[in-house]
Write a protein that binds this ligand. Structure first.
Ligand code: HEC
Length: 199
């Protein structure tokens, strides 16, 4: 009799101790974080990225790239985004690519992707974008209005166009991050064709 009660008591004790909080997926939740032996193995003593680091001179945060380093794929453009350098680029730059069908076709594909929605499929400035901000897209064929180049749109040199594609101009954004230098020259070759065709 007392044996039975003792068994039942022990059984109840086990149940109460054994049942901690458990999460909905059945995992046991415990309030004790557990013991850590050799905590270095859990918590890495390495420095956080960009944290101060006594191993570098002056306790600096990160090592700077070697002077003159350029990011992979980045091609420096020696002309700045100023009117003066725009004019210089217009005078000095010449298209380094061979004028052949494959470059022109590549230029056309890129023009359709990056320019036609504003400048129009045939370069008349009547693209599909109707927003008033882009209402005044100039036609590549315009031979009346003088532009910052001192020439009309029709007389823009390849260098002017290269500078304009690279940095943009007013409502037109720069395309340097989307279009590689080679692709810019291919597009310009195609714009030249548009200007000829419509002559
Ligand atoms: C979001 C619309 C938009 C896109 C996209 C766009 N342009 Fe323009 N572009 C303009 C507008 C607007 C102007 C006129 C800016 C002004 O005169 O204030 C312009 C001007 C120009 C000019 C004349 C710049 C100058 O020096 O006077 C050239 C060249 C040109 N764009 C070429 C291109 C080429 C090539 C592409 C494609 C890579 C392109 N644009 C993409 C809106 C656009």
């Amino acid at each position: 009799m007392s044996n039975k009660i003792a068994y039942i008591l022990v059984f109840i004790l086990i149940l109460t101790i054994g049942c901690g909080d458990s999460a909905s997926d059945g995992r046991k939740l415990t309030k004790h974080p557990g013991y850590e032996y050799m905590p270095d193995m859990y918590r890495s003593p390495s420095y956080e990225t960009y944290s101060e680091n006594p191993l570098f001179p002056n306790n600096s945060t990160a090592r700077q790239p070697v002077k003159g380093t350029i990011p992979r794929g980045f091609v420096p453009f020696e002309y700045d985004n100023t009117l003066d350098e725009y004019l210089q680029a217009g005078e000095n730059l010449i298209n380094p690519l061979k004028n052949n069908l494959s470059n022109i076709e590549e230029g056309e594909a890129l023009y359709v992707m990056f320019c036609a929605h504003c400048h129009g499929k045939n370069g008349d400035g009547k693209g599909s974008i109707q927003h008033p901000l882009y209402g005044a897209v100039p036609s590549y064929l315009d031979d009346v209005l003088l532009r910052r180049s001192g020439t009309t749109m029709k007389e823009l040199s390849d260098g002017h166009m290269y500078h304009a594609i690279t940095y943009g101009f007013n409502a037109m954004g720069g395309h340097a991050s989307q279009i590689s230098p080679e692709e810019r020259w291919q597009i310009i070759m195609y714009v030249n064709e548009l200007q000829k065709e419509n002559n």
